[in-house]
Design a protein around this ligand. Structure first.
Ligand code: PLP
Length: 368
């Protein structure tokens, strides 16, 4: 029975690459009474969310923004579902699990997928994108490759893609809200994130922004978007015209609104500085214990997910289990990097000194 289960420790330290610890304001917002998804107050709240997302993504007041009712993967899927038609050439940058997921999804929506690859732990080279760009209708890249802690050079890739006629989709799941992002200036056509990452809201909504060009591509489709739930037209019906499309998760909108407001009040540049400062301090503190950066090229290290090679002879599973018993969660490698690295989350409310002091104290105790 659920009643017999020990409740989660109120101060469990979630130092993973997501979800991140919920922001206290988002937590409180979840207690607000239920309203209907067609209630004027909810539409007013949605309007504030849309405005906040434009600031988050660095885009113009006219850009369409919305929340999808699902996690980051739905943000990814909605982009391909709306912007790809059978037989389209799609260029996908792959240097980790999430780039690979993009390629898989694009293929399922009928794209002829071509890959631009880089070895694990290394960024995508914009020159490789340029070399394969000819004929592409869409280019897709992950900004922060969570599986390896690599920051891909999105501004440089966008520069290459600009003017080619291809649209550019960017996965900003681990970056939006803590890493500079300028949709308008860079020329990004579709971007998404997950609420539970840098914003520290509960999982379940995916904030997206869609350029005019992307909306025009969608409007000119030969066939309807195969994913009815996230059809751009249906989203606009609800978010712009306030007509019913599907029941949005109102409580998650409250929480996202509160977390977004808190992030914008703190200031995006302040947050960018905060994550870098903590990341450097954590790396400096873990170096004497034998941890080393997994990503060699300094400029390609993702500030929000610190990927560290484990010290020789380190008992990865055993130490993580012992930390879990002390109410601290950290994450190991994914796929080929399992047992080789740890990925420490520095997104949103995880990027604070106190939880990392607790991790260091626990590690020093366990390793001595
Ligand atoms: N893209 C990236 C870069 C991610 O890190 C994740 C999740 O960690 C996803 C997409 C998928 O997001 P979700 O697990 O919220 O569906």
């Amino acid at each position: 029975m659920f009643e017999d289960r020990p409740s989660a420790h109120p101060e469990h330290l979630l130092l993973t690459p997501g979800p991140t610890p919920i922001h206290p304001r988002a937590q409180r917002a979840l207690l607000r009474p239920m309203l209907g998804h067609m209630d004027p107050e909810v539409f007013a709240l949605n309007g504030e969310i849309q405005a906040g997302l434009r600031t988050l993504y660095g885009t113009a007041p006219a850009t369409f923004t919305a929340l999808l009712a699902g996690t980051g993967s739905l943000g990814m899927e909605a982009g391909f579902a709306n912007l790809v038609e059978r037989g389209d050439e799609v260029l996908v940058c792959v240097n980790g699990s999430f780039g690979r997921r993009m390629a898989e999804m694009a293929g399922r929506y009928g794209a002829r997928v071509r890959l631009v690859e880089a070895p694990l732990g290394q960024p995508i080279d914009p020159a490789d994108v340029a070399a394969k760009l000819d004929g592409a209708r869409l280019v897709a890249v992950v900004h922060g490759e969570t599986s390896t802690g690599v920051l891909n050079p999105v501004p440089e890739i966008a520069e290459v893609v600009r003017g080619s006629g291809a649209l550019l989709t960017v996965d900003a799941v681990t970056t939006a809200g803590m890493e500079p992002f300028y949709m308008e200036a860079w020329g990004i056509d579709y971007v998404y994130t997950g609420a539970q990452k840098c914003l520290s809201a509960p999982p379940g909504v995916a904030p997206v922004a869609i350029s005019e060009r992307a909306l025009a591509r969608h409007a000119a489709r030969r066939t309807p978007t195969p994913l009815w739930y996230c059809d751009f037209g249906g989203l606009r019906d609800y978010w712009e015209d306030h007509t019913y499309h599907h029941t949005v998760p109102v409580n998650l909108h409250y929480a996202l609104h509160a977390a977004l407001e808190a992030a914008l009040e703190e200031g995006l540049t302040v947050r960018q500085a905060r994550v870098r400062e903590i990341g450097e301090a954590v790396l400096a503190a873990l170096t004497p214990l034998g941890f080393t950066p997994y990503v060699g090229e300094r400029a390609a290290r993702l500030p929000t997910v610190l990927a560290l090679r484990l010290p020789a002879g380190f008992d990865d599973a055993g130490i993580r289990r012992a930390l879990r018993e002390r109410e601290i969660s950290v994450t190991g490698g994914l796929g080929p990097t399992a047992g080789l690295i740890w990925r420490l989350g520095l997104m949103g409310e995880a990027a604070r000194p106190a939880p990392y002091r607790a991790l260091l104290a626990a590690l020093e105790e366990l390793l001595n």
